[in-house]
Write a protein that binds this ligand. Structure first.
Ligand code: RTP
Ligand code: MG
Length: 140
């Protein structure tokens, strides 16, 4: 099977609690390679673009506030079946429904402050990676 890449964000609740290393350990243990990574403080515009698909949802304002409330770590993860694999490693959006051992079960505070983002499909992965990384920042 071919290597695939997915886009990940370690969200503000994770950076605030100094959990980025613990989450990276879970990612690497699952066989995903961190091929790009940087810490940024998202602007409101970046967050609104990134979550544009949710702009009409009732939680959109709160989501943008949260994502800009503290630094995040943006990442590109590489591996076989990386997109689906990382969704599995993250666990369900609502930590109450997440399986044991997943990032969200271990660390998420709520459905909103849920520690990690992972792309949901190949097209969104490519778009999301391109929003935050230049090609030469990704070293596979
Ligand atoms: P993500 O995009 O962050 O990887 O999460 P996801 O696919 O599991 O969930 P999605 O439906 O795309 O929702 C995006 C993010 O919005 C926040 N959210 N809040 N308050 C709420 O009811 C609610 N629902 C979603 C979460 O931070 C979720 O990860
Ligand atoms: Mg999503």
């Amino acid at each position: 099977m071919a290597l695939e890449r997915t886009f990940s964000i370690l969200k503000p609740d994770a950076t605030r609690r100094n959990l980025t290393g613990a989450i990276n350990a879970i990612i690497e243990k699952a066989g995903l390679r961190i091929v790009a990574q940087k810490r940024i403080h998202m602007t409101r515009g970046q967050a609104e673009t990134f979550y544009g698909v949710h702009k009409d949802r009732p939680f959109f304002g709160e989501l943008v506030e949260f994502m800009t409330s503290a630094p995040v770590v943006v990442q590109v993860l590489e591996g076989e079946n990386a997109i689906a694999k990382y969704r599995e490693v993250m666990g369900a959006t609502n930590p109450a429904n997440a399986a044991p051992g997943t990032i969200r079960k271990e660390f998420a505070l709520s459905v909103g402050e849920n520690s990690a983002h992972g792309s949901d499909a190949a097209e969104t992965a490519a778009q999301e990676i391109a929003q935050f990384f230049a090609g030469n920042e990704i070293v596979g």
